[in-house]
Design a protein around this ligand. Structure first.
Ligand SMILES: [Zn+2]
Length: 80
């Protein structure tokens, strides 16, 4: 019978050949390859989302700044 190890991520036992030691704050824990890959994947997606959001925020800030500058010009006073 295949040796089973407890996966701290899924909280179930998986066959040992699917398990990898995974470093946590508490030390090494066994974790299945699937959960490690899923986490790595979602982290990449989060990073991509974060970058995208930063771009959007920057673009919006730029727009607001331009609009404000325009308003100031229309009202007849320059920034600074
Ligand atoms: Zn697992």
């Amino acid at each position: 019978m295949m040796e089973m190890l407890f996966c701290y991520c899924c909280r179930v036992h998986h066959p040992k050949d699917q398990m990898r030691p995974f470093r946590t704050k508490q030390g090494y824990r066994w974790r299945c390859i699937r959960s490690i890959e899923a986490a790595a994947c979602s982290r990449r997606e989060r990073d991509a989302f974060g970058r995208q959001q930063t771009e959007i925020n920057r673009a919006e800030a730029q727009l607001v700044a331009e609009r404000l500058a325009l308003v100031r010009v229309e009202q007849g006073f320059m920034p600074g």
